[in-house]
Design a protein around this ligand. Structure first.
Ligand SMILES: [Ca+2]
Length: 583
């Protein structure tokens, strides 16, 4: 790989006389290691002309071992703001797993003609397994990264999604790759290290120079990827954007089993444990009790932390029979149990607790916690078992085989034993030499320093919906507090800032100002040294879950934890009337 990069280096220098290459020796050594990890070796096709057109890119990288480009097409500008670009698709590191199945890292890269000289490594949600379009669309951004001129790469993290045979059996989301340890590792972290140098090679071949800045961005599992990369591959990225980071994903899957068992205290059919009206009642009560803690009654719980000691779930318990204005005693018990988080019989926490916030009555919360469908959509009953297959196949060692029917998946979660089964997310065996937690989490998650990222001047922005039902905002805020405690608030804030989004669910949605330019804020921080003291956010006017009393133009600053938005006078619908302050 050292040779490969020398080739690119020479190519670049030949194309741009007088512009010195920026590839340092330290980088070469690192990339050689990464290339070795990715199974790449040897030299590319040799020095060639820089700025190769799209059609010539496959030939230019064809001798990279392990890389097979399947398509390279010039794409026209579209009506969604995307510029004309070169679309490259391919497979990397094709191999046979210990389960006898074929694996490869599928990827695509989009290289815009009008390039802003930045690279964005898009990391995706769910269980991966799908090469999502490399657009750099985060859900909270009005303009995606490709439309901004980034060269964007996206991958499936090394495994296929739906296996037709599994889909026929009703098993959701292609979890069977968890039977292969390399596929687990690729999903956890190593696919990103394999894709990065390929993306760099395509950029250098297409533009004749390497990117001036490298970024990574994603939400949910993608946010997890970014937090993992910040620790495992800090040399590769100048800036990382981590939305709703599921950096303890196996633990969050344990929570899923805990939730199912909690809801079953109320009703064997978990959909009926809480009606939409019941959850709206809870959310309304949270807002009623906590809205004013941030000193402005505006339907937003800005002071999330104080809210947790002020809001009392037990206040909602019916004095007599259950009716529309209260919860049954069992409902109060079940919801309290869920929000307290999973524990084993010794009382040890197995994940984290959760925050009561104004968005927990929203449809997204319900969909993840109580009521959702799994494929095949037309045949399965509505039921929330999205994490069951993941917990069974990917996050326990050895993998647990469960039937793919909704009933079997619910049964697996309902029988999950928090003493016997939960420790298996930390377990290893001769085949799976890394535990699921080791594969999926940042190595220093429990004691973060971000030392290597900070040393090179890298930056990370994290955002997280306060009503996220999938990954608890409390887990992310506790991580921020550990970092601040470890480094001191100033040093911590110089490398990473965490922005809770009041009312927002998982990655977007809910009664929230969920549209904000976190990517632009990251670029300004990395490239201009403008640290994000606030990120102004606005509502999506088409969001049907916005309270009727809110302006469709409402905006608010998102504030770096532990600060909260304080009203400072003026239009209550405008972010400019607020400042971030420590409560
Ligand atoms: Ca308020």
């Amino acid at each position: 790989m050292r040779q490969i990069l020398s080739c690119y280096h020479r190519t670049s220098a030949a194309a741009s006389p007088g512009r010195p290459g920026r590839l340092g020796c330290r980088h070469q050594g690192l990339l050689a290691l990464l290339a070795a990890a990715a199974g790449l070796a040897g030299c590319a096709a040799g020095p060639g002309p820089a700025g190769l057109p799209c059609a010539e890119l496959p030939g230019a990288v064809s001798s990279l071992p392990g890389l097979r480009v399947t398509q390279s097409s010039a794409m026209p500008a579209d009506d969604k703001g995307h510029p004309a670009h070169c679309l490259v698709q391919g497979q990397l590191g094709e191999r046979t797993g210990v389960d006898g199945k074929r694996y490869a890292i599928g990827f695509e890269m989009r290289l815009p003609q009008a390039w802003n000289k930045r690279f964005l490594h898009q990391v995706n949600g769910g269980n991966d397994g799908v090469v999502k379009p490399a657009l750099g669309d985060m859900g909270v951004l009005a303009t995606d990264a490709l439309a901004r001129g980034f060269a964007v790469v996206s991958s499936d993290s090394g495994h296929p999604g739906e296996d037709p045979a599994n889909a026929a059996a009703g098993l959701a989301r292609g979890n069977l790759f968890g039977l292969d340890p390399q596929a687990r590792r690729d999903y956890g972290y190593s696919a990103n290290a394999a894709v990065w140098p390929v993306a760099q090679a395509l950029i250098q071949r297409h533009y004749g120079e390497k990117p001036q800045r490298n970024y990574m961005a994603g939400c949910s599992n993608g946010g997890r990827h970014a937090m993992v990369a910040a620790e495992r591959y800090p040399e590769l990225y100048d800036g990382l954007l981590a939305g709703a980071p599921g950096f303890n994903l196996p633990k969050a899957a344990v929570q899923h089993a805990w939730d199912i068992q909690s809801w079953k205290l109320v009703d064997p059919d978990i959909r009926r444990a809480f009606s939409p009206a019941d959850m709206k009642l809870v959310a309304d009560q949270v807002v009623a009790r906590c809205d004013s803690l941030d000193l402005l009654v505006d339907g937003i719980v800005g002071d999330l932390k104080r809210c947790q000691s002020v809001f009392k779930l037990a206040d909602l318990q019916c004095g007599g029979a259950k009716n529309d204005t209260c919860l049954s005693a069992t409902q109060v018990q079940a919801l309290g149990r869920s929000f307290a988080g999973p524990r084993n019989s010794r009382g040890e926490s197995l994940y984290t607790d959760w925050s009561f916030d104004g968005g927990i009555g929203a449809g997204g919360w319900r969909s993840w916690k109580l009521e959702s469908t799994i494929p095949p959509w037309d045949r399965n009953p509505i039921i929330a078992t999205m994490g069951a297959g993941s917990l069974a196949y990917i996050f326990t060692t050895p993998p647990t085989r469960v039937a793919g029917t909704p009933a079997a998946l619910v049964d697996y979660l309902a029988r999950f034993d928090f003493d016997r089964d939960a420790p298996r997310i930390h377990a290893t065996d001769p085949v799976f030499k890394e535990s699921a937690m080791a594969v999926m989490s940042p190595p220093e998650a429990a004691d973060p320093t971000l030392a290597a990222l900070a040393k090179r001047g890298g930056k990370m922005i994290v955002y997280h919906g306060s009503s996220d039902p999938v990954f608890s905002v409390n887990d992310t805020l506790a991580w921020a507090e550990r970092l601040q405690h470890k480094l001191g608030p100033l040093a911590a804030g110089a490398v990473a800032r965490v922005f809770p989004v009041p009312g927002m669910g998982h990655c977007a949605g809910g009664p929230a100002t969920d549209q904000f330019d976190a990517l632009g804020a990251l670029v300004a921080w990395v490239e201009e040294g403008k640290a994000p003291d606030r990120i102004d956010a606005r509502v999506n006017p088409g969001n049907r879950e916005l309270p009727a009393t809110w302006s469709k133009q409402r905006s608010r600053p998102l504030c770096p934890w532990p600060q909260v938005a304080r009203y400072a006078g003026g239009d209550v619908e405008a972010a400019s009337s607020f400042r971030c302050a420590t409560p």
